[in-house]
Design a binder for this molecule. Structure first.
Ligand SMILES: CC/C=C\C/C=C\C/C=C\C=C\CC(=O)SCCNC(=O)CCNC(=O)[C@H](O)C(C)(C)COP(=O)(O)OP(=O)(O)OC[C@H]1O[C@@H](n2cnc3c(N)ncnc32)[C@H](O)[C@@H]1OP(=O)(O)O
Length: 301
């Protein structure tokens, strides 16, 4: 269903569309955004909320998968569908990725998707991670991560796939802590880390599964800007507008020129990557580590 809503001088396109596994993509107003002056409607089952300002062509994509936006199958499918819809939309020029729940941007992969599942299940799950990443990292749009909270592991993956990262100041962490779960970050994730912070720092960070507080992440270049949490969205919108002063075509071609080798490499090695993930994740010792990690998370309370 697609409707157009004119409000406050801007035209808002609103549609609710059902994606596989019952996840929804809806274009709607975001409650805190300066771009937002459309009508707000919401249902609790929607795991991705999207608002798009037709005039500027800036879309805000809010992950809405309580309690911590862990990337389960449904959220991965919704994110991918959403990125692909926006990619096809000729009037869309930029995408801001953020969390609908401040304080946690994304807790990474849903650990339960990796625990006590069949090799086929985890293989299919991993393919959804790959496909979501291919659509975000390979996007022609300006992509901005508005990291309004913790961003470990898969959260860091999402952030690294964007063109620019703005993070909330304070006691929030970001990084690739895979080794802490006895997992090994795949080559395309490791490469993004190297590209962001350089070989030596990435090598150390990946080996020890480091999670950095936001000020250290800024120092390393893992994020590009730190702002108070309440300003993350506004500053992201301002930053996007600066990027949009550059002609889209030249910017997008330049982006593709630098990202194509890694995109092509994963496309070529997709099945091998899935096989490795299946084998590694279902290994008994890894399952034990995942179980212990889950217990540790629960015991935190
Ligand atoms: C080819 C490659 C081959 C092999 C290699 C394989 C894999 C490597 C590639 C990629 C791997 C990616 C790995 C991941 O992304 S694994 C996920 C890692 N994530 C984390 O370590 C973060 C864990 N969570 C936290 O630290 C915290 O929850 C927080 C800081 C994000 C938020 O803290 P809060 O205090 O706000 O919330 P909590 O009380 O801790 O959590 C609430 C609730 O949610 C549950 N939960 C948290 N995170 C996850 C998660 N990632 N998955 C599932 N569930 C999660 C937590 O247990 C609580 O549940 P209950 O309320 O107790 O039921």
């Amino acid at each position: 269903m697609a409707t157009f809503i004119a409000s406050g001088g801007r035209v808002w396109r609103k549609f609710v569309k059902t994606f596989p596994l019952g996840s929804n993509l809806s274009l709607k107003r975001s409650p805190t955004s300066a771009l937002a002056n459309g009508r707000l409607s919401s249902t609790s089952s929607e795991n991705v909320l999207v608002s798009k300002d037709e005039k500027s062509g800036i879309a805000t994509v809010r992950m809405n998968n309580p309690p911590v936006n862990s990337l389960n199958t449904a959220l991965l499918l919704s994110l991918r569908s959403c990125f692909e819809e926006l990619e096809k939309d000729k009037s869309c020029r930029a995408l801001i990725l953020t969390s609908n729940k401040p304080k946690v941007f994304c807790a990474g992969l849903d650990i339960l998707e990796l625990y006590q599942k069949s090799p086929d299940y985890v293989g299919q799950f991993w393919e959804k991670v790959q496909d979501m990443w291919l659509s975000l990292y390979g996007s022609r749009l300006v992509t901005m991560a508005a990291i309004n909270g913790h961003s470990p592991a898969g959260g860091c993956l999402l952030s690294l796939a964007c063109d620019y990262r703005i993070m909330a100041e304070g006691n929030f962490v970001i990084g690739l802590n895979e080794t802490q779960l006895d997992l090994v970050a795949p080559f395309w994730l490791r490469q993004m880390m190297v590209d962001a912070i350089g070989y030596r720092q990435a090598e150390m960070a990946l080996m020890v599964g480091a999670l950095y507080p936001s000020n250290k992440a800024l120092q390393l270049g893992l994020v590009d800007k730190l702002v108070p949490i309440e300003d993350v969205q506004t500053v992201a919108e301002e930053e996007v507008k600066n990027w949009l002063k550059i002609p889209d075509q030249a910017r997008a071609i330049t982006k593709m020129a630098s990202r194509k080798p890694l995109l092509d490499e994963l496309r070529k090695r997709k099945q091998e990557d899935i096989q490795t993930f299946r084998d590694e994740t279902t290994r008994e010792s890894v399952q034990l580590s995942i179980q212990q990690y889950l217990d540790k998370l629960k015991a935190k309370k």
